[in-house]
Design a protein around this ligand. Structure first.
Ligand code: DHB
Ligand code: FE
Length: 284
């Protein structure tokens, strides 16, 4: 891929992720806005920053570098990227602590509701000659007692073989590698897709500059994103990874869990296939 394409992609991803967030997520007016809660959380975050400044004798030069960096994160539209990479995994850890069924992990910035509806045996929308190893992803959705959840919904989205997401990188058809699969009466599904590539968070924006300045790397291991839901059950937001894949041990977003690692093998037809069953908790 040319450098120009990569640059266009990085710039576009941040801005689209910000727009998408502002369109889809409405700030709740629940306990999060309670004065004493805001007081506690805001005061403790500010105190933690003071502690770092004292402990490391932060200079005015460093303070001004931080100020200009924070301004540029907003200008680049990269707050969704920054928060989903370095913060969301702990929010999910807290939110999912009591879950008995399948483990959740971060949503990330690239979910889009309303992907095309697909039957239980389906192929994700893809371009003619979509690059990448074909993958058959199949399984069953049940409740915690093992009862099948008929008609469970599996919303899937993933990067393509270049590590790019439709609607966030230019030049990819709108719903490429995105679909809303409806499981059958036994909660079963069998989806044909392609193996995603590892994903590099945009390197030419503010998050990339932080990564370079700190000597980190910008990679997430290859993954499938899923939201699995059924009436009267807790919706599950998760990701599935691939055994032995690059960056499975050092995900920049710290979102890998051992229970979420797939190991596809060639089936009798020689197609890479893997079975993964989802267990949904009852609503609390
Ligand atoms: C980011 C991208 C992802 O695909 C993901 O799963 C998590 C985070 C990001 O760029 O912030
Ligand atoms: Fe992702």
């Amino acid at each position: 891929m040319s450098e120009t394409t990569l640059k266009a992609t990085a710039a576009a991803s941040g801005a689209s992720a910000t727009e998408r967030f502002l369109t889809d997520k409405t700030v709740s007016s629940g306990p999060g806005t309670d004065t004493s809660r805001v007081n506690t959380l805001a005061a403790e975050v500010i105190t933690a920053v003071h502690d770092v400044i004292r402990q490391h004798q932060v200079t005015y030069e460093e303070y001004n570098a931080l100020k200009s960096w924070l301004i540029s994160v907003g200008q680049d539209g990269e707050w969704p990227l920054f928060l989903d990479v370095w913060v969301e995994h702990v929010v999910e850890e807290v939110a999912g602590a009591a879950r008995k069924g399948t483990k959740g992990t971060i949503e990330g910035p690239y979910y889009v509701p309303g992907a095309p509806a697909l039957p239980s045996v389906a192929t994700l929308p893809m371009r003619e000659n979509e690059a990448g190893t074909p993958l058959l992803f199949q399984g069953q959705v049940t409740d915690v007692s093992g009862q099948p959840l008929a008609g469970a919904l599996l919303e899937m989205w993933q990067a393509d073989d270049d590590g790019l997401y439709a609607q966030f990188a230019p030049g990819i058809t709108e719903w490429n590698l995105r679909g809303s699969v409806v499981a059958d009466a036994e909660g079963r599904f069998a989806v044909t897709t392609v193996q995603p590539a590892p994903y590099q968070i945009p390197t030419d924006g503010s998050c990339g500059r932080l990564i370079a300045a700190a000597g980190w790397h910008a990679w997430r291991p290859a993954h499938l994103h899923l939201k699995v839901s059924a009436p009267d059950h807790e919706a599950l937001t998760t990701q599935l990874y691939f055994k032995g894949g690059e960056h499975i041990e050092d995900d920049v977003a710290s979102a890998v869990k051992p229970e979420l690692v797939l190991d596809p093998r060639p089936n009798v037809e020689g197609v890479h296939a893997v079975t993964y069953d989802f267990v949904l908790d009852p609503v609390v």
